[in-house]
Design a protein around this ligand. Structure first.
Ligand code: ATP
Ligand code: MG
Length: 194
């Protein structure tokens, strides 16, 4: 069993976060909550790297389509007019494509964050996936008001400042994918580790 302080999660500052000048703000919020930055780098990912980052299984892709369908139903928008179909298994791949395009549009910052409940704490600090719904005080709630209602009309992904892993298993997979063999650093934080 690993010590609870050894839990790590994967974060990426997305193109809108980089272009809004929020790299420091994002890192500050993690550090303020006793989480430790143990790896950090700016980079420009390739199309293939991004394509491999997002899951390719049908369940995940259809879930993306279903989320969009429920937005269209909520706002009374015409899905058939915008997508040419109401089939969530056909809309999902379209949104996945928008996501990869959006993620390619500026350099990203990849970060490994360590600490007790790192995965859950980072998601709590990030806030709801959809910024218009995210609580004020969270990263997404404070710095974005984007929503699928607007994004899907503009045929693009929802811009929500950062990506962060949903589970420790997803974190492990994403860290392997983005950091490969590059080192994860080890040091003692004042007030946290001693
Ligand atoms: P991330 O995985 O980026 O941390 P998340 O786990 O909160 O975000 P997911 O459900 O994994 O959200 O969706 C991945 C990304 O797809 C979101 O971060 C967002 O940019 C985009 N997205 C989600 N729902 C929609 C939608 N209905 N329309 C357009 N883009 C969407
Ligand atoms: Mg996710």
């Amino acid at each position: 069993m690993k010590h609870p302080k050894e839990e790590i999660t994967y974060v990426m500052v997305k193109p809108d976060g980089v272009r809004k000048g929020l790299i420091g703000e994002v890192i500050k919020r993690f550090e303020q909550h006793d989480l430790k930055i143990v790896a950090l780098e700016m980079f420009q990912p390739s199309h293939d790297q991004l394509n491999d980052h997002y899951p390719k299984d049908e369940a995940w892709i259809t879930r993306l389509g279903e989320k969009t369908k429920s937005t269209y139903e909520k706002y009374g928008y015409d899905m058939l007019a915008d997508f040419g179909t109401t089939d969530t298994s056909k809309i999902g791949p379209e949104i996945r494509k928008w996501l990869v395009e959006y993620m390619k549009s500026a350099p990203l910052v990849k970060i490994i964050v360590q600490g007790v409940h790192a995965v859950d704490i980072v998601r709590k600090l990030a806030g709801d996936t959809l910024p218009y719904r995210a609580t004020v005080g969270t990263i997404r709630g404070d710095f974005s008001i984007d929503s699928p209602a607007l994004a899907n009309k503009e045929k693009r992904a929802v811009m929500n400042i950062i990506h962060c892993s949903e589970t420790p298993e997803e974190a492990e997979h994403e860290i392997k994918h983005w950091f490969g063999k590059s080192p994860i650093y080890n040091y003692k934080r004042f007030g946290v580790d001693e």
